[in-house]
Design a binder for this molecule. Structure first.
Ligand SMILES: [Zn+2]
Length: 255
């Protein structure tokens, strides 16, 4: 119920069939909080028709936002995060998503406030990253007065897509990249034909984009799991992990 934003990459069933069920559950729980749903053209019509045929009256408002498959765009932002979509190459209109933290505001150390008797204007200057020099020559350096500022973290999701080097531009330098890896290299041709990627290609995108960590998933049912293809991705990009349902990956804060 705390969810306020839902982003759908494309209209293949394995990527959105859960949505009508989730919306129905929200309804049963008496949700009133509005919801934002981002996805390709057609998603709103599907949901509306489903509700109409089921005779269900929704207890909350949904704002549908059509994603662009032409160029990256900002879908949402507030004081702490920004959500963007970017085009990928699949059989039907599909986008990936990129979630970025906004820069953290420096915190002034309590003992420095006390020691120097910092006034609000001085605290604000330090929070902007400036040093403070008083009329009497007292110099208060930002680096000494403030706690180290963590780097904003970022996560990108790219599925489904065929190998497309442009993806590396959209996700350049993210801390964590989820990239689909439907096939192993032995089925490279099939990957091209079906607009999917191999694990090795996912590794190449991660390498090219200089991401922190790669997580591969969306593997074909012919494999036991993403672990089976891990070696192929790691041969190109060693810091790769295999996705499985319920996996939680934490991006540690770093200064
Ligand atoms: Zn698909």
């Amino acid at each position: 119920m705390r969810i306020e934003h839902i982003a759908i990459s494309h209209l293949h069933g394995d990527h959105y069939f859960g949505l009508p069920g989730l919306l129905s559950t929200f309804n049963l729980l008496g949700r009133t909080k509005p919801l934002h749903v981002y996805g390709p053209k057609g998603l709103e019509a599907i949901i509306r028709q489903h509700e109409e045929l089921a005779g269900s009256v929704r207890s909350f408002h949904i704002s549908f936002h059509v994603t662009s498959t032409e160029s990256p765009e900002v879908l949402f932002e507030d004081g702490t995060v920004r959500l963007e979509s970017f085009p990928v190459k699949h059989r039907i209109p599909t986008t990936g998503f990129l979630l970025r933290e906004k820069p953290w505001e420096p915190g002034v150390k309590r003992e420095m406030v006390k020691r120097f008797g910092l006034v609000p204007t001085e605290i604000l200057a330090l929070k902007r990253g400036e040093d403070v020099t008083r009329a009497d020559g007292t110099h208060i350096a930002f680096s000494k007065a403030c706690h180290p500022v963590p780097k904003p973290r970022s996560y990108a999701f790219s599925a489904d897509t065929r190998y497309w080097e442009k993806t590396a531009d959209w996700v350049k330098g993210v801390d964590l990249l989820y990239h689909e890896a439907t096939f192993g290299s032995a089925l490279k041709d099939q990957a091209v034909r079906t607009f999917h990627s191999t694990a090795e290609q996912a590794g190449r995108i991660a390498e090219r984009a200089g991401v922190g960590q790669l997580v591969i998933g969306h593997v074909s049912a012919r494999y036991a799991g993403a672990e089976e293809l891990l070696g192929e991705a790691r041969a190109v990009f060693p810091n790769t992990v295999a996705a499985h349902d319920g996996l939680v990956l934490e991006i540690p804060l770093a200064c």
